[in-house]
Design a protein around this ligand. Structure first.
Ligand code: LMR
Length: 351
């Protein structure tokens, strides 16, 4: 009986081997595994709104490569940059419907549905990148991602871009008074709108793919963004003044269609998550370097007057933001605010 079982096992293994390797018995060449089962290849459509040469654009490509490698080509990630498929205002519904499988909007863009994510928008909440990393990787990030898992969405990762800077076409932005009466584009988060109102400016929401045009025709006087976005979107052509203020943070949340995500075979899902985790670590380093490089490139254009905020100016901006923390607490709840304060309490601001 044991012998029989052994033989059966051996012949079963042979059949399996034959199935896997193709027609060994007939001497035909085994098929290229990349070409085999093309119909069964799983496609992840990944839509985003920025250029390919931004941190998010590069991260999306890298993620696609890693997924290809770790799944042996069984999963293909097709990246659609530059709002080719969906703009800021409709990518969330697109992923929920399953018209794309993955998006990575700025955290500021999901806050109408998920107000807690405004925690990343609060000005001067994070003294440096390390504090942001602690928020993303620790209980704050876990709580935010868990909160996203509903209505056919699942939050998978938080990606970095970097600190935001202020730009304007009208005048240098040094003191809070310099903002008075100007129209500023925001990403639509209520706390960002409030931030500009407290500075005496008028906030308006403009999707990223329409930002350049809005600035060019003067519908909007200024905006806030990371240096890599300012450079790659060529905002220096339509904005004369740049203040390095590091006042707020721009991060992304990677969101998948939940039905799709849960339908993936567990081994495949593990490999896709592995690729995502590696990309998350990678973009953190890449984004920092990209912003440093973008500043040099912006200087080289010679088209912007660049001012680095002084500690006194920072104090004056902070004073203008006054009770924004209290306002924020009403929006996101005291638990999260407490976590945020605990996270940065021990820090001496180095920005
Ligand atoms: C913006 O709208 O300014 C940014 O969120 C664009 C992006 O996705 O980096």
């Amino acid at each position: 009986m044991a012998m029989w079982r052994k033989r059966w096992k051996r012949s079963g293994a042979c059949v399996l081997l034959l199935m896997l390797t193709g027609c060994v018995a007939t001497g035909a060449l085994p098929a290229d595994p990349e070409q085999e089962g093309l119909d069964e290849r799983i496609v992840i459509r990944f839509s985003h709104v920025v250029a390919e040469h931004t941190p998010k654009g590069q991260a999306a490509r890298r993620f696609a490569e890693l997924v290809h490698r770790y799944t042996g080509g069984r999963v293909e990630v097709r990246v659609f940059p530059n709002a080719q498929l969906y703009s800021d205002d409709d990518e969330m519904e697109a992923v929920r419907r399953g018209d794309v499988e993955l998006i990575a909007p700025a955290t500021a863009k999901i806050v109408h549905e998920f107000p807690e994510w405004q925690v990343f928008d609060l000005p001067y909440a994070f003294p440096n990148e390390e504090a942001v990393a602690r928020a993303m990787d620790g209980p704050i990030g876990q709580r935010l991602l868990a909160g996203l898992t509903r209505d056919n969405l699942v939050g998978l990762a938080i990606w970095d871009n970097g600190f935001k800077q202020m730009t304007s076409s009208v005048r240098p932005l040094r003191r809070p008074e310099d903002f008075r009466g100007l129209v500023f584009r925001t990403m639509g988060s209520p706390v960002l709108d409030e931030q500009f109102r407290l500075l005496g400016a008028h906030p308006v929401h403009v999707p990223f793919d329409r930002l350049y045009a809005a600035l060019e025709r003067g519908a909007v006087d200024g905006q806030e963004n990371t240096l890599s976005n300012i450079y790659t979107r060529r905002l220096y052509e339509v904005q004369r003044y740049l203040t390095i203020s590091n006042h707020g943070y721009l991060g992304y949340v990677v969101i998948a269609n939940r039905d799709f995500w849960e339908s993936l075979p567990p081994d495949i899902r593990r490999q896709v998550q592995r690729a995502l985790d590696e990309t998350t670590a990678w973009i953190r380093q890449y984004a920092r370097a990209a912003n440093v490089e973008a500043l040099e490139l912006l200087k080289r254009t010679g088209r912007m007057e660049i001012h680095v905020q002084t500690p006194e100016e920072r104090q004056a901006w902070r004073a203008a933001f006054g009770d924004l923390d209290k306002w924020m607490e009403q929006q996101i709840g005291s638990d999260l605010m407490r976590e945020l304060r605990a996270l940065t309490a021990a820090e001496l601001p180095n920005r």
